[in-house]
Design a protein around this ligand. Structure first.
Ligand SMILES: Nc1ncnc2c1ncn2[C@@H]1O[C@H](COP(=O)(O)OP(=O)(O)OP(=O)(O)O)[C@@H](O)[C@H]1O
Length: 741
């Protein structure tokens, strides 16, 4: 299933005015229903607006309790059934991330974390009571921050910190923080004391944009261990309060804050890159470029993931809000494996490892994945407030044993990294049950629950094997369609640099090197504007470094020269972090324009800031990181429709002789229709003539399957499942003629 993304718009702060509110919510199902759309004006043309659809949108007046009850409480049941959950808040500085996660001191103000713990303890007591003490539930937690790309244990007082922080390591595909304390915590009261104390240790400072700005990402991991006479089940909840992105043109940050801010922005920038790379199924996901992304492992982590996108409603956040909406919009497309942790039978418990797991949490290694369970649970996250059919924990499909993992050679042509499904496949291959060489590696009969028979086990093993085969097939297909990797030579150089950085990292010597690495990577891909940004972020770490200053100067000059020579198309390279909204520009907004606006123009019209935010692309696809040219808005005239055919001018209006399938000959009406389709926004698409909810859903499903492909012309549109020529004519006919100028 995908990451669930919800947006929360915070109320106005004292100094903010009603007249400056630009972010609003809407519901698709009519008045009184839960909004799902965030609407915000196009900064280039306020007569237009962009809409972004999420699973839920919480308006200004939403209480802490409402957010918790709707989003987090339903996950607790699954947590106790053995599923891991990750909840993280994301958004610009001062938008309410800490308020959402931690909240205030009063009962009503308590945020997601204290409420979650309160819920967990209540459930612990209930389980113990219901089983008359036969099940014992223990809760332990770790809490740490990533400050300037260094990891610090928040349960340790600051004076005990080493300058370089705690090292992180990869451990069988999981990121672990070495030496992190894992503290038992038996009551809510104990938790509150610990948590409050730890939060004092967290790095916060006053900035111009937030009097109590978090200067670090904070990760709380709660591990729940349910022990019965013969089994141990471990699951964990991770709650992550990310630091907010900062536009340093607005912060007036001093040098110290600037260094923090660079580190925050860099890690969030990498997160945005990871999100983009995952959603484009690229073979290289840049997780390693920041500790936060290594730990968060979006798309790699199993279990349920909830992203709360925090937004400020006012104009001063306009660009930051758009950037965050854009990233969140991509995040919702990330698929995560929903895998249930399996109980470990007590006779099989292994000795505890010496390191604490970070994102993986805990000292027990996770059990082998169970593809069948994962498949069964695809719809587990019940959002409709009740039990969905089939959302109950599925009956165990086959007996569960904690065997020693066997090393099985990986299929050579499957990329193992970064793909939840692929990892599931590989892990599945490690499952002893699936080994074709009988069940010899299974525990001996004395280790098994008495009621399990060999026949049943073999049937289950067969079923599991078939499922694994199917998953392997899918992984192979994915691998085949993945974007080609960087050249081997370039990749090698980047890897070497990464290793050097890793080595220095542990000494805490040079986080600035990481910016340089990223600058190099961007330059290698020809992304000069992003490279420049990275070099500038690196510069506080290398004050008075002439070479770096010269490099920055040269790059600036090159970008300027490029702009000058490129006046027809829009030369602005999209900065990933500041990326302009790639989504659904509103259908209604252009239609509602009262002024005689020209059709939306993406022409580059100014220097400076606009460079970063300038043009609003028609779709996600144009926000590619692949090359400089991919950041440009190609004039539509220069686009080659995929299946262009000169012989098919079938969708011409009688008054429109120019519209055909040839590049450059589409009328504004056709362009508008394609823009609406490519927005993948169900609410817009269903508003087209002759398209209902069902058809709109089918179209969006088709588009999602096409991954990065856009529908480039009417002919391609007519090829989509359930569309056809007539529907296209209807859709197009229903759009106002005023676009045909
Ligand atoms: N839903 C809300 N209701 C009331 N006040 C809120 C709400 N959300 C945020 N605030 C207030 O807005 C201010 C900024 O919130 P907060 O510190 O949580 O932002 P943040 O996103 O965590 O910022 P940073 O990234 O700088 O840490 C605080 O004064 C907070 O109390």
């Amino acid at each position: 299933m995908s990451v669930r993304v919800v947006a929360r718009i915070r109320p106005l702060l004292k100094q903010e005015l009603d007249k400056d509110v630009i972010v609003t919510s809407e519901s698709t199902e009519g008045e009184g229903t839960q909004p799902t759309i965030v609407r915000i004006p196009n900064p280039k043309n306020e007569a237009e607006s962009f809409s972004f659809q999420f699973s839920s949108v919480y308006e200004q007046e939403t209480t802490q309790q409402q957010v918790f009850e709707s989003e987090v409480a339903p996950t607790v049941k699954h947590l106790f059934n053995g599923y891991d959950t990750t909840i993280f808040s994301y958004g610009p500085t001062g938008t309410g991330k800490t308020h959402t996660m931690r909240g205030g001191k009063s009962l009503a103000d308590r945020g997601v974390i204290p409420r979650l713990l309160s819920n967990i303890y209540r459930r612990c007591r209930k389980i113990e009571k219901d089983t008359s003490g036969a099940t014992h539930v223990s809760v332990t937690m770790s809490y740490y921050e990533i400050y300037c790309d260094r990891v610090f244990d928040l349960f340790e007082p600051p004076e005990k910190r080493t300058a370089s922080g705690l090292p992180i390591r990869d451990n069988h595909g999981k990121t672990v923080v070495v030496g992190l304390r894992e503290v038992p915590c038996t009551t809510l009261k104990e938790f509150e004391t610990l948590y409050d104390q730890a939060n004092i240790n967290r790095s916060t400072s006053a900035t111009k944009l937030n009097a109590h700005s978090s200067r670090s990402h904070a990760i709380l991991t709660v591990k729940i261990t349910q022990t019965t006479e013969d089994s141990v089940l471990v699951s964990q909840a991770s709650a992550i309060d990310l630091a907010g992105s900062e536009d340093n043109r607005r912060t007036d940050n001093n040098k110290e804050r600037m260094v923090e801010s660079s580190a925050i922005n860099k890690s969030l920038f990498v997160l945005a890159q990871c999100v983009d790379a995952i959603s484009k199924k690229q073979s290289r996901i840049p997780y390693r470029e920041s500790k936060m992304t290594r730990i968060l492992s979006l798309g790699q982590n199993n279990g349920m993931t909830l992203m709360v996108l925090n937004l400020a409603p006012v104009r001063s956040y306009h660009m930051d809000t758009l950037s965050s909406l854009n990233v969140a919009n991509r995040t919702k497309k990330i698929e995560v494996c929903e895998v249930e942790n399996e109980p470990i039978y007590r006779s099989m418990v292994k000795p505890l490892a010496t390191t604490s797991l970070a994102a993986a949490g805990g000292t027990l290694s996770r059990q082998p994945l169970r593809p069948l369970t994962a498949a069964n649970n695809a719809n587990l996250y019940d959002r409709e407030g009740g039990k969905k059919k089939g959302t109950e924990k599925p009956a165990k499909a086959f007996a569960v044993y904690s065997d020693n993992k066997q090393s099985v050679s990986r299929p050579s042509n499957i990329t193992l990294q970064n793909q939840g499904v692929r990892r599931a496949v590989v892990n599945a291959h490690k499952r002893p049950a699936e080994s074709s060489s009988t069940f010899g590696s299974r525990p001996t009969k004395t280790h098994r629950p008495a009621e399990t028979t060999m026949t049943k086990a073999s049937i289950e093993a067969l079923i599991a094997q078939r499922i694994d085969e199917k998953l392997a097939e899918k992984a192979l297909q994915d691998a085949a369609t993945a974007t080609p990797a960087l050249s081997a030579e370039l990749q090698k150089r980047l890897d070497e640099l990464e290793q050097r950085i890793d080595a220095k990292d542990d000494d805490g010597k040079s986080p600035g090197l990481q910016f340089l690495l990223m600058a190099k990577q961007h330059q290698a891909r020809g992304e000069d504007v992003s490279a420049l940004r990275m070099l500038k972020m690196a510069s506080p770490y290398f004050p008075e470094n002439e070479k770096l200053a010269t490099k920055i100067r040269h790059l600036e000059e090159r970008i300027k020269a490029k702009k000058a020579s490129d006046t027809t198309s829009v030369p602005a390279e999209q900065d990933h972090w500041k990326a302009a909204p790639a989504v659904s520009s509103s259908l209604m907004a252009p239609l509602n324009r009262e002024t005689k606006d020209k059709p939306k123009s993406f022409a580059h019209d100014s220097e400076g800031e606009d460079d970063e935010f300038a043009p609003v692309p028609d779709s996600d696809n144009e926000l590619s990181y692949a090359s400089d040219s991919s950041f440009r808005y190609k004039s539509k005239a220069s686009r080659k429709p995929k299946n262009a055919s000169k012989k098919l001018p079938i969708f011409r209006d009688t008054n429109d002789t120019s519209d055909s399938f040839m590049p450059g000959e589409q009328t504004p009406r056709t362009k508008n229709l394609l823009r609406i389709i490519n927005s993948k926004d169900v609410s817009q698409i269903k508003a087209l003539k002759g398209v209902g909810v069902k058809k709109a859903d089918a179209i969006v499903a088709c588009l999602l399957e096409m991954a990065d492909e856009e529908v480039k012309d009417l002919h391609s549109l007519a090829q989509l499942n359930g569309v056809g020529k007539k529907t296209v004519e209807n859709m197009r006919g229903g759009l106002l003629m005023k676009y045909d100028f």
